[in-house]
Design a protein around this ligand. Structure first.
Ligand code: SF4
Length: 278
């Protein structure tokens, strides 16, 4: 991980870093690694942020685990919820499942958009210079294929290990585990005896990502190293991809004022359709 952090120049010695901790193995392992690094950097500050999407029977345990790990490490921890930010929980949105299905989106797609917004708002409020997410090599390669399957060249170009400065309201995101296989982050958590949540989100099986994950795992078993090859290939062709993605100007959403490439951002569109308007 250290090589990835220095290659992409992800961290500065005096950064205030917000780390997104869901309570799962990857994010908890990330919190432990960063807390160790922070101790060697007296001018750096680390804070943990957990998003409570409002998923009954699942998120409560994760919140407790995230809080327990943060407390053990002496890292300040804040929780932001969909209910408080958007006036609606994910369970309430999913209850309108028929409407979601007819609009051709999955629970995970809605959740992902709202969670990204929630994390950015929380990191900005905390005055963070960087927002760390614990996406592993597996997550990154899945996202590459999903962006290709969705024909989303803009995201393919822009979703990189260290996002560019594009707007003052966007906290730059870094993914220090982007070259670390998921198995290794799990091993780290197990070896260090870290408690993490192992049960799956009840909505997880709906996502196309699951099929992509299964396909990549089968390929990796037969052709070791294929995930890393896909990751490296995209990194190499990214400069060319970015030339095509430059066209989309970033402005501010007409309704909420957050950065968006559209007149009305995706968060406001989804909330208008499935939830309470902000
Ligand atoms: Fe949200 Fe889907 Fe993850 Fe559940 S599995 S927390 S619905 S993105």
């Amino acid at each position: 991980m250290k090589a990835t952090v220095s290659r992409y120049r992800m961290l500065a010695f005096d950064d205030k870093v917000a780390v997104a901790v869901s309570g799962g193995k990857d994010s908890v392992a990330m919190l432990h690694v960063l807390a160790r690094l922070e101790r060697k950097q007296p001018n750096a500050k680390l804070v943990a942020v957990t998003v409570d999407e409002g998923i009954a029977g699942y998120r409560d345990e994760a919140l407790a685990i995230a809080a327990e790990n943060a407390e053990k490490l002496g890292v300040p921890h804040s929780v932001v919820s969909f209910k408080e930010l958007f006036g609606v929980t994910l369970d309430e949105i999913v209850a309108r499942r028929k409407k979601i299905a007819s609009a051709g989106v999955t629970s995970c797609a809605v959740c992902g958009v709202l969670r990204r917004r929630a994390l950015n708002l929380a990191a900005r409020k905390l005055g963070a210079d960087k927002l760390v997410t614990a996406h592993t090599l597996d997550d990154e390669v899945q996202t590459v294929l999903l962006n290709i399957f969705h024909g989303d060249v803009w995201r393919l170009a822009k979703e990189k290990p260290f996002t560019d400065f594009v707007h003052e309201k966007f906290v730059r995101r870094i993914k220090p585990f982007c070259e670390v296989p998921e198995r290794e982050s799990a091993l780290y958590a197990l070896v260090r005896g870290v408690r993490f949540q192992s049960c799956r989100c009840p909505y997880a099986s709906e996502a196309l990502r699951n099929d992509v994950r299964g396909m990549l795992n089968r390929l990796e078993e037969k052709h070791a190293g294929i995930k890393f090859t896909i990751f490296s290939s995209i990194e190499r062709i990214r400069p060319a991809l970015e030339l095509t993605a430059k066209e989309e100007g970033l402005g501010e959403c007409r309704d909420c004022g957050e950065p968006s490439t559209m007149r009305v951002c995706r968060t406001c569109q989804l909330l208008k359709e499935f939830g309470k308007v902000q």
